[in-house]
Design a protein around this ligand. Structure first.
Ligand code: MG
Length: 464
C-alpha cells in the first residue's frame, strides 16, 4: 500500500535530496510519474490557455484539478536541445547538444546524448522504477544513443522528427495535405525498426494505447515512469480517422483534440486502476509553435514569436501538473522549467540526483506541494550555443534576437540590450532599457556569470 503522507513527511523533514537509498519496504515514497511531452505546441493552443476554437476538455479538467503553470520554460526553442535539457536537467551547452550550425539532429547525424549523461529514465531506474519511453526521442538515432541505452526498459516510437526522411519527388503540398508515405520515418521498438514509413495517422492512438497498457501492467508490481513524447503537432500533421474534421481550428485543431483525447485516456486509466492518487502527471511541450507553417503551425497566444526564437513564444510552454490529493489545485505564476523535472522528480521519488556535474535544474517540489515560491528566479535563453537573452525576476534582457525559425537570416545585435518587464508586458512590446539602466547592468552580469560556468565539450549536433 503506497502512502503519500510518507512523501510529504520526507519533504517536510528536509528539502535536501536523499539518496541513493535502495527501494525500501515502504514503496510509498515513490509516486508513479507520467511526463506527456508534445512537439511544437504553442502557449496559446489549449482551451485552458485561452484558445477560442480548439476544444481540450481533458486538459482543461486536468488544469482545473491540478496546477496550471503560466511561466514554465524549456531550455531551447527547438527539439533536440530542448529534449536533452528535459532528460538531464542541464543546459544543452553542457553536453554538446546544441549548435548554431545544426540546431537539431538529422537522420545523417552520428552524434547524440552522451552515454555519460544521467537521464530521467536512468535516475528513476536506479531507484527501482519501471521506465518506458514512448514517442519521439530525437537525442540520437544510433543504437548507443537510444532510450534503452539511456535508462529506459523499453522504447516504442520514432527516433527523430516526423518530417525527416522526406521522400524525394513527393508532392510539393506534402505539408498541406500530408501522407505518411512521403515521410520515410521509422517506427522503432527497442533498437529495431518495426515499421517504415511509420503510419502517422494512427501514431497518437498507438502511443496512447501503449502508455495505458503499461499503466495497467505495472499497477501492482513496481512504481513506473512513462515518458510519453508525442511527435505532434510538429508538421506534417496527422490524426486518426475519428478526429478528421472535428475541430473548428481545422487540421491543426484536429491534431490537438486527439492529443487531448490521449490525455483523457491516460488520466482515465489512472483513475480506473486506482492509481490517480499515486501518480504525478506533467504535461508540456518541447518548444513553441512553428509559425512559418502558418495555419499548419500553432499559436503562442499573446506571447511574441514562436519555435526557433528566444522571444517568449519560442520557449514558454503551456504546462500542467496533476496529482490529485497531493498537489493543491490552482494557477501558479511562478517560474519553472523542464530543466527542473530531474531534481524535482528525484526529490519526489527519493532517487539519487547526480551530484558530480553542474545541474541547472532546481527542485520545484516545495512549490508543487506547498505553494511555496519557486526556487527558480532566472532563465538563460540559448539560441544554438549562444546566450541570446536572460531573465531574472520579471525582467528579461535580449542581447540578440532572431525572429522565427526560417525567417530572418542574421541575428540582430542589441547593444545596449532590449529590456522587457514580463509581468507588465508579457508580449515583449515595450522596451524599457532606457528607464532601468541598472537592471540592464545586472542582467549583463547574470549573462557573464552563467557563461563563466560553461566548459568546452565536444559538440554532438555537428557530427556526421
Ligand atoms: Mg519541437
Amino acid at each position: 500500500m503506497r502512502s503519500f503522507q510518507c512523501v510529504l513527511m520526507l519533504l517536510l523533514a528536509s528539502n535536501a535530496l536523499i539518496g541513493p537509498a535502495p527501494m525500501s519496504a515502504d514503496e510509498g515514497a515513490s509516486p508513479n510519474v507520467v511526463v506527456i511531452f508534445c512537439d511544437d505546441l504553442g502557449y496559446g493552443d489549449l482551451g485552458c490557455f485561452g484558445h477560442p476554437t480548439i476544444r481540450t476538455p481533458h486538459l482543461d479538467q486536468m488544469a482545473a484539478e491540478g496546477q496550471k503553470w503560466t511561466e514554465f520554460y524549456v531550455a531551447a526553442s527547438v527539439c533536440s536541445p530542448s529534449r536533452a535539457a528535459l532528460q538531464t536537467g542541464r543546459y544543452p551547452i553542457r553536453n554538446g547538444m546544441c549548435s548554431m550550425k545544426r540546431r537539431v539532429l538529422f537522420p545523417d547525424s552520428t552524434g547524440g546524448l552522451p552515454p555519460s549523461e544521467v537521464t530521467l529514465g536512468r535516475m528513476l531506474k536506479n531507484r527501482g522504477y519501471a521506465t518506458h519511453a514512448i514517442g519521439k526521442w530525437h537525442l540520437g538515432h544510433l543504437p548507443k544513443f537510444l532510450p534503452t541505452q539511456h535508462g529506459y526498459d523499453s522504447y516504442f516510437g520514432i527516433p527523430y522528427s516526423n518530417d525527416m526522411d522526406f521522400v524525394k519527388g513527393s508532392s510539393k503540398r506534402r505539408f498541406e495535405d500530408p501522407e505518411s508515405k512521403n515521410f520515410n520515418v521509422p517506427l522503432m521498438q527497442g533498437n529495431k525498426i518495426i515499421e517504415r514509413p511509420a503510419d502517422q495517422t494512427t501514431i497518437t492512438k498507438r502511443f496512447t494505447g501503449r502508455a495505458c497498457a503499461l499503466i495497467r501492467q505495472h499497477k501492482e508490481d513496481q512504481p513506473f515512469f512513462i515518458y510519453l513524447a508525442h511527435n505532434l503537432p510538429h508538421v506534417p500533421l496527422f490524426r486518426s480517422s475519428e478526429f478528421e474534421n472535428v475541430s473548428r481550428r481545422g487540421l491543426y485543431g484536429d491534431v490537438i483534440e486527439e492529443i487531448d483525447w490521449s490525455v483523457g485516456q491516460v488520466l482515465g486509466t489512472l483513475r480506473e486502476t486506482g492509481l490517480d492518487k499515486s501518480t504525478l502527471v506533467v504535461f508540456t511541450s518541447d518548444n513553441g509553435p512553428w509559425k512559418s507553417f502558418k495555419q499548419q503551425g500553432g499559436s503562442a497566444g499573446l506571447l511574441r514569436d514562436g519555435k526557433g526564437s528566444t522571444w517568449e513564444g519560442g520557449m514558454r510552454e503551456p504546462t500542467v501538473f496533476w496529482w490529485p490529493g497531493t498537489i493543491p489545485s490552482g494557477v501558479v505564476m511562478e517560474m519553472g522549467s523542464t530543466l527542473d523535472l530531474l531534481p524535482t522528480l528525484g526529490s519526489l521519488a527519493n532517487a539519487k540526483v547526480p551530484d558530480d556535474r553542474v545541474l541547472d535544474g532546481l527542485d520545484l517540489s516545495p512549490t508543487l506541494l506547498e505553494n511555496k515560491p519557486s526556487p527558480r528566479s532566472q532563465m538563460i535563453y540559448y539560441h544554438g550555443d549562444e546566450v541570446f537573452a536572460v531573465r531574472q525576476g520579471m525582467y528579461k534582457a535580449h542581447f540578440k534576437t532572431k525572429t522565427s525559425y526560417q525567417g530572418q537570416r542574421e541575428a540582430e545585435v542589441h547593444d545596449p540590450p532590449l529590456l522587457f518587464h514580463l509581468g507588465h508586458d508579457p508580449g515583449e512590446q515595450h522596451d524599457v532599457a532606457k528607464i532601468y539602466p541598472e537592471v540592464v547592468k545586472r542582467l549583463e552580469g547574470l549573462k557573464a556569470d552563467h557563461e563563466a560556468t560553461v566548459e568546452p565539450i565536444e559538440n554532438q549536433m555537428t557530427l556526421r
